[in-house]
Design a protein around this ligand. Structure first.
Ligand code: PLP
Length: 801
């Protein structure tokens, strides 16, 4: 849209007056943010209305992206960017004596996700709008996001994330679109006059699902889509029903807090209620909207696609069956046909413990009608497939088995498409995790490699780099990230490489300033910034990175004359509150940081900065400053990874196992521009098959590795005692589940190579450039276009404003 600086200033001052009945000098940065948010909503309002009307008028196919997590990050700057208002607003604020950066920093960062899964969903929302696709998000409006992490004495402490305390400027509560979600009670089928059966319910616990909509603004295209998040409330009580405090609490808790624990069974029933809650509310609202325009449900498959992001929303399958049969009078066969046509499923993990199952008793008690339907799906599946595939295979893959409802299997059986998120991952789905179902439905399986929103992760997070790219390529790459490859032509232009260094240094200074103020730690910005940012998990192997730091520390202590370039090791990671081992590693990193950072022999040659409370906003600060991107998961364990893509796009070189999308990154940027190492997935599976991995052999064979490991238990790191022993034992007594010791040597070798290569800045920047130039391949726009073409069957010519 067009907006002059003068007009903006007038509008902004008027907004301040309207909201606060005072003038600008009397407002806080947060107050200014709220006013700016209101103003942007006003500017964008016509787009949002027009987009919905347009979709309705043209009766276009709509896709509904169901995800139990969305991690959108702050929206102020991304809305400014996509609306094309960054320049006049920044300028106008400046003329008013304000700073956009300050105001943006006052926006709460909604932590409605744990990590990659929720962030992917948010990147895809941005891309759907930017492609002009009729894409809707459907999720949960958690009252409290993922915990706020602080360190006390080096231990992780979890504080509540009260992100809604002062309200959310972007959301619109739509009470008129609320619907009821039923839990528990009894249900039986009553024959009707026409011979059909209708369910009768009694003693159910009803919950009111109230939607809150947030506009998802497209990239300069006048499109604004909707992210709909559901909140659980007390149902209206026509008969003056009295709700006890316990009943109120039971309803409140459904959308109170993002269930942070993906590793144990506590809170299972609550999690199941959360899953049904947003699945049911979402499907109800889809059918209601569809029925406004269509008679009957015959066209459902042409007009609606429902995407299941990981198994959490799988109940959309039996829920759609329920509504089609019970409310729309479809036969089983018709309902099943439509359901499979509509549904598609993305698998995000091959980790056995992350494949959701629910005990049948719990499921039946909480969702009696849905249970009847799942039993029926199970019966049909067995009847259809046993004659072809035999009883053993069918028993292994049916939705019900071992006393459990198996969500991933239900998702595959009830969808027309199942995709993995990187080629290796999709291959492993076919050959390992979902092998049996692949035998039954080979045509359903396909790969859709993850992508990232270059708008947020380069244009917003790294303005200096974006400006430099503009100088060379013009601005087309901003809407067409594949054009980044044209940057390759400048690899031999020394002046340009120097400018790249200058950009990186500037970003390192900004991060160093933050670390100085948060951790009181002074960093050299000519050091190698070696970054690992992701959830703390054993398979992601932060431990391997720790061993490199210990090795460097010992090397400096023992050979002070040997000079390597200075290093700063930067971590950001939250551990699930009940994940004891991960928390021990946090303590270890902090204890090591304490030792290293305060040792006068070490000085500024080596620093360790564990930045607390990693999230999207911190990512935007850390990623542009990274020289090295640590992507060091045990091969086969990381389905795709996306921080690897964000770091690459910002010119960091990957120190990476051949896992997930690292493989594709190494191929896209060229092997010579990355630092691959370690066991291949095939080698890892070889160990599994032969059962001949002996971690202790590595420990015995390599004196340096032994020396490093011994520091965990010999008092070298004063801050760890029980944690050091626990970690040491996990490696040697319990045989190192994630092959840390097997990969130590090749990892260390590449770290040494990095130290060597970093000293030739010209060559280093050439490699950084090769990464930036290759990053366009991983644009979320391209990924979403592939979903639209292959899975959702949706045309995507951008709508014009
Ligand atoms: C991108 C992102 C992730 C995913 O990181 P991986 O290294 O792919 O696991 C997690 N958290 C946040 C905040 C992110 O932005």
């Amino acid at each position: 849209m067009k907006l002059t600086t003068a007009q903006f200033k007038t509008d902004f001052l008027a907004e301040i007056k309207t909201l606060y009945a005072t003038d600008l000098s009397d407002t806080s940065a947060f107050g200014q943010f709220v006013a700016l948010g209101h103003l942007l909503r006003r500017y964008d309002g016509p787009n949002w209305t027009r987009t919905s009307e347009r979709y309705r008028q043209d009766d276009v196919k709509q896709v509904y992206y169901f995800s139990i997590e969305f991690l959108p990050g702050r929206l102020l700057k991304s809305n400014l960017l996509n609306l094309g208002l960054m320049q006049p607003v920044r300028q106008g604020l400046q003329e008013l004596g304000l700073d956009l950066e300050n105001i943006s920093a006052a926006e709460p960062d909604p932590g409605l996700g744990n990590g990659g899964l929720g962030r992917l969903a948010a990147c895809y929302m941005d891309s759907m709008a930017s492609l002009g696709l009729a894409g809707n998000g459907n999720g949960i409006r958690y009252r409290y996001g993922l915990f706020k992490q602080v360190f006390m004495n080096g231990y992780q402490v979890e504080l509540p994330d009260d992100w809604l305390r002062n309200g959310d400027v972007w959301e619109i509560r739509r009470e008129n679109k609320a619907c009821l979600v039923r839990f528990g009670g009894n249900v039986w089928m009553t024959p009707q006059a026409d011979g059909s059966l209708k369910p009768t319910y009694e003693h159910t616990d009803d919950v009111l699902a109230v939607p809150y909509d947030t506009g998802m603004v497209g990239d300069h295209n006048g499109v604004t889509n909707t992210l709909r998040l559901w909140s659980a409330e007390l149902p209206p009580s026509a008969d003056q029903t009295y709700y006890s405090q316990a009943q109120r609490d039971r309803i409140d808790e459904i959308t109170k807090v993002l269930y942070p624990d993906d590793s144990n069974s506590a809170g299972q029933a609550l999690r199941l209620r959360q899953e049904y809650f947003f699945s049911s509310a979402g499907v109800q609202s889809i059918l209601r909207h569809y029925s406004l325009r269509h008679h009957g449900v015959r066209e459902l498959g042409q007009k609606i696609a429902i995407h299941i992001n990981d198994t959490h929303p799988t109940l959309v399958i039996p829920e759609l069956m329920r509504l089609l049969m019970d409310d729309h009078h479809c036969s089983w066969d018709v309902a099943w046909e439509l359901t499979r046509e509509v549904m598609s499923y993305t698998n995000h993990t091959i980790m056995q413990e992350a494949l959701e199952t629910w005990p049948i008793d719990m499921f039946k008690g909480l969702l009696p009608r849905l249970y009847q339907i799942v039993v029926e799906i199970d019966r049909h599946y067995r009847a259809d497939k046993t004659p072809i595939f035999g009883e053993a295979l069918v028993n292994r893959t049916a939705p019900l088995g071992n006393g459990q409802v198996r969500m991933a299997y239900l998702a595959v059986i009830g969808s027309h498409s199942v995709n993995g998120v990187a080629p290796l991952h999709t291959e492993l789905l076919k050959t390992d995790v979902l092998r049996d179902l692949y035998a039954v439905y080979p045509e359903r399986f396909n790969n859709k490699t993850n992508g990232i929103a270059t708008r947020r992760w380069v244009q917003i997070a790294n303005e200096p780099l974006a400006a430099l790219i503009d100088q060379k390529l013009g601005t087309e790459w901003r809407h067409e990230p594949s054009q980044l490859k044209l940057l390759g032509a400048y690899a031999t232009e020394p002046a340009f490489l120097k400018q790249l260094t200058a950009v990186k240094t500037k970003n390192k200074q900004a991060l160093a300033k933050y670390i100085q103020s948060e951790l009181g730690l002074t960093l050299r910005t000519d050091a190698i910034f070696d970054v690992q940012i992701k959830r703390l998990h054993a398979y992601k192997r932060q431990l391997l990175h720790v061993f490199e730091i210990i090795r460097e520390y010992l090397a400096i202590k023992e050979h002070p004359a040997q000079v390597e370039p200075p290093r700063v090791h930067i971590f950001g990671a939250k551990a699930a509150p009940s994940y004891h081992y991960a928390k021990s590693i946090i303590k270890l990193i902090n204890a090591l940081a304490d030792l290293v950072n305060h040792d006068p022999d070490i000085g500024d040659r080596l620093k360790v900065a564990f930045i607390p409370n990693y999230g999207v906003s911190l990512g935007e600060l850390i990623i542009p400053a990274a020289d090295v991107s640590e992507q060091i998961s045990t091969a086969s364990k990381e389905a795709s990874g996306t921080s690897n893509m964000k770091l690459m796009a910002n010119g960091a070189l990957s120190l990476a196992t051949r896992d997930g999308a690292n493989i594709d990154i190494i191929q896209a940027a060229g092997e010579a521009n990355e630092y691959p190492f370690g066991l291949s997935a095939k080698a890892v599976y070889g160990y599994y098959e032969r059962g001949d991995y002996h971690a202790a052999d590595f420990y015995q064979a390599d004196p340096e590795l032994k020396r490093v490991l011994d520091t965990l238990i010999d008092g070298t790191i004063p801050g760890v005692s029980t944690e050091g022993r626990e970690i040491y034992d996990s490696l040697l007594r319990y045989n190192d589940e994630f092959f840390v010791l097997a990969d130590y040597e090749s990892y260390i070798q590449q770290q040494r190579q990095i130290s060597h290569d970093f000293q030739d800045q010209r060559q280093w920047q050439q490699k950084a450039l090769a990464n930036i130039a290759a990053a366009g391949v991983f644009s979320a726009d391209l990924a979403v276009a592939r979903y639209a073409d292959d899975i959702w069957q949706m045309p995507h010519t951008p709508l014009k404003a």
